[in-house]
Structures are given as structure tokens and as C-alpha cells.
Design a binder for this molecule. Structure first.
Ligand code: NDP
Ligand code: MG
Length: 388
């Protein structure tokens, strides 16, 4: 049976992995909408290849280029943030949410509000709007399938179990490309060094997040909302081989883990086929060839991001949204050569310290207002002591 699918963030790394799976199962899927920010030519080529009904660029200034590239294909084109939200609100069987950053929040909420099934890779949306998003999921009867590899692993381990029997959920972290670097060396890490992830091939922003460990910080907050066992039952362990994607220990001291190749097509396939399974092109897991799985505690002195995330969960209110917004600004500044690597977490911490304790944002507009004001605060801190 053919199912309809909308892919938000089609031109990115998760977008490409999703479309690779769809390409191998063409009869199973009918693409409704594909979206990008401004990669118009790339988006048009994908829309034509997959016979999409609608292609949307969220940056409206890129719409003429999209129209040109779509030519006489008959595919509808649209541009701007409202058009992106409208695309996400169209009824489909599955929405893959693969936009990077809080920019993906409004379209994800639109998909949730129409009670859709959403494969959520866009962790920043959930971090910024945790409680509000989870409430909307239950209010509108939406289904949220965690696509982030750790959360997908936990989701699989929890299947058939009761949340009240969970003793501990442990997120694994590769530790990123700079895991073994000294504090002095970290200070001078370049963008090229930070994005050179040893196990995963990903977009630039999440690659930097992996190097700072903010990716694990964001995932901590993500797990806190997706699997409500309480902060004290959530842990992190460094596992450089990225073979175990996360694990759940139950009250009887039985631990279930999900293992697999470090390729996002595996968790994406688990969402696309859910509650069944589908083939992926990945080779079988060869543990004898891998040889060794190792584990270490996180070092929050060199990598303070997971501490900041834990503090943001404890502080509650708008702190997670502020943490996320400041991190987006800091990562962009680092990639642009404006700040040093170690300033990323420092800027997040300073932005949190200077932001007023605001109550938990209760609506999409309130979350977006917190996000905007935290971005302004982070930018003004950047201007005062950029390269320190
Ligand atoms: P990429 O940077 O590769 O792709 C991002 C996508 O979002 C592109 O299609 C891009 O369009 C679009 N986009 C960028 N900015 C905006 C905006 N302001 N408004 C609307 N669309 C926008 O990111 P990834 O695929 O690596 O990551 C996507 C999400 O998935 C992130 O939240 C990330 O944390 C999460 N994730 C990614 C993993 C991975 O392996 N890559 C693993 C686990 C989670 P354009 O090309 O036009 O810029
Ligand atoms: Mg992950």
C-alpha cells in the first residue's frame, strides 16, 4: 500500500538519508511536499525525481530560482515561512521533520496539530518547546517517532515495557572528534577539525554540537521530554565506537540496548516502517570485526555542555529554549571564524545567566519570542568580547 510522505529539510543530511530509503522503495511512498531553506536547484531536482506535489523554500527570496528550476514540471512551488507551515499542515501519512534548528518548530507544530505521524530528527524544536510540544502531541492524538539514533534506540528498547519499570535510561555518546584533546588544544580547535566526526556523516551544525557535546546536552533534554522517567534516571556514557546507540535498564537489572551501524538510515527506516521493519542497504553487524566496545564517563570540565543542559532542565521555564538559541548563535559564529571553540559553551552559559527567569512558554508564539530574545542577548555578548 502506498503511503504519503512530506519531508521537511529535504536537502540536508537526514533528508538525503530519508530519500535514499524512499528511492529504494519507490512503490511504498508518494511524496507530497519537499522543503528546503534556499537550496532551490537541489530541491527542484529532488521534487522532479520523486514526483512531489509541492516544493517549498522557507526563504522567500529563493522562490524565483525554485520556480525556474521546476520549469514545466507542473510541481507547485511556494516560498516563505507561512508557506512552510502550510506545507507541514497538509494531510499525509508520515512527516519527516529534518530541518535544523528552532526554525523547524512551527512546521513540526503544524504537523502535530493535524494529528499526524511525525518522524522527528529536528531535536532543537523539541528542546525549545518540550512541554508544549508533548502536550500538543497528546491533545491532538499525534504520533511522535524519535528519529535521533539514541532516542530511536530507547524507543525500541521500551517497546512492550512499562515506563514505571524503567530504572535508568543511558544515552551513549561517541564523544566527538575532539574527545581526547586537552583543554588548551580544544581552545584552538578549528571548524574543519570540529566537523570531522569519526563515526557519523552529518550536517555542519550537529557536527559542531557533537564536538562540544552540546549534541548530547540537547539529546538529554530531548530524552527528558520523550521518556518521562525524571532527570535522575537519565544518564550519559561515552562509547567511542557508536555501536550501542543507547540502553534502558529495568527494575530487575535487565538492560536492553539497541546496536547497529552508525548510519542514520537505520533509525530513519525504523520510523518509516514503524511498527513493522523494512530493509536497509547496510551490511550486517559484525561484532567480531569491531572487536571492542569501550565506555567512559563524560568529562564535564573539558566539555561543559551536558552540565548546562542538566541545569537548564532543572531551571525549567524558558531555560532550555534559551540554551538552544544561544547555542545556535554560538555555533554559527564558530563556523564563521568569529569565536573560538571553547567560547561556544561559554557563550551559552553567559546567555543563560543574563536572561531573566521567564515562566515556561505556553504557546508557539511565546517560545519563538524567547528564542528571538535569547538570540539578541547572545549576539550582543558576541559583539562585546568575540574572540576571547
Ligand atoms: P543539514 O544542515 O544537513 O540540513 C538542514 C535542512 O534544513 C536543509 O534541508 C536546509 O535547507 C533546511 N534548513 C536550514 N535552515 C532552515 C531554516 N531556517 N528554515 C527552514 N529550513 C531550513 O542538517 P542535518 O540533516 O544534519 O540535521 C537536521 C536535523 O536532524 C537537526 O536538528 C539535527 O540535529 C538532527 N539530526 C541529524 C543527524 C544527522 O546524522 N545528520 C542525526 C540526528 C539528528 P537548505 O539546504 O536550503 O539550507
Ligand atoms: Mg543523536
Amino acid at each position: 500500500m502506498t503511503r504519503t510522505l512530506t519531508l521537511l529539510g529535504a536537502t540536508g543530511s537526514i533528508g538525503a538519508s530519508t530519500l535514499d530509503l524512499v528511492r529504494r522503495n519507490r512503490d511504498a511512498w508518494q511524496i507530497d511536499a519537499l522543503t528546503a531553506h534556499c537550496s532551490a536547484a537541489e530541491l527542484a531536482a529532488l521534487a522532479i525525481e520523486f514526483g512531489a506535489k509541492l516544493a517549498v523554500v522557507s526563504d522567500e527570496s529563493c522562490l524565483p530560482e525554485l520556480r525556474d528550476a521546476l520549469g514545466s514540471s507542473g510541481i507547485e512551488a511556494a516560498g516563505g515561512r507561512a508557506a512552510l507551515v502550510e506545507a507541514a499542515a497538509r494531510p499525509v501519512d508520515m512527516t519527516v521533520a529534518a530541518i535544523v534548528g528552532c526554525a523547524g518548530l512551527a512546521p513540526v507544530m503544524a504537523a502535530i496539530e493535524r494529528g499526524g505521524t511525525i518522524a522527528l530528527a529536528n531535536k532543537e524544536a523539541l528542546v525549545s518547546a518540550g512541554e508544549m510540544m508533548m502536550e500538543a502531541v497528546s491533545k491532538h492524538g499525534a504520533t511522535l517517532l524519535p528519529t535521533d539514533s539514541e532516542h530511536n534506540a530507547i524507543f525500541q528498547c521500551l517497546s512492550g515495557n512499562r515506563m514505571s519499570d524503567v530504572a535508568k535510561i543511558t544515552l551513549t555518546a561517541s564523544g566527538g572528534p575532539l574527545r581526547t584533546w586537552s583543554a588548551e588544544r580544544l581552545h584552538a580547535a578549528t571548524p574543519a577539525e570540529a566537523v570531522a566526526h569519526p563515526n557519523w556523516s552529518m550536517g555542519a551544525k550537529i557536527s559542531v554540537d557533537s564536538a562540544t557535546m552540546m549534541n548530547k546536552g540537547l539529546e538529554y533534554i530531548e530524552a527528558y521530554h520523550l521518556f518521562p522517567v525524571g532527570l535522575e534516571k537519565l544518564g550519559i556514557v561515552i562509547h567511542p565506537q557508536s555501536v550501542i546507540h543507547s540502553m534502558v535498564e529495568f527494575r530487575d537489572r535487565s538492560t536492553l540496548a539497541q546496536l547497529g551501524p552508525s548510519d542514520m538510515r537505520v533509525p530513519i527506516a525504523s520510523c518509516l516502517a514503524w511498527p513493522r521493519r523494512m530493509d536497509t542497504p547496510m551490511p550486517a553487524l559484525d561484532l567480531a570485526a569491531i572487536g571492542e566496545l569501550t565506555f567512559f564517563p563524560p568529562d564535564e570540565t573539558r566539555f561543559p555542555a551536558t552540565r548546562l543542559a542538566r541545569e537548564a532542565i532543572r531551571a525549567g521555564g524558558s531555560a532550555p529554549a534559551i540554551l538552544n538559541a544561544a547555542n545556535e548563535i554560538a555555533v554559527a559564529a564558530f563556523l564563521a571564524g568569529q569565536i573560538r571553540f571553547t567560547r561556544i559553551a561559554a557563550l551559552v552559559e553567559e546567555t543563560l545567566a543574563r536572561s531573566n527567569d521567564a515562566p515556561r512558554p505556553a504557546s508557539l508564539d511565546e517560545v519563538l519570542a524567547v528564542d528571538q530574545s535569547a538570540r539578541l542577548q547572545a549576539r550582543s555578548l558576541l559583539e562585546t568580547n568575540a574572540l576571547v
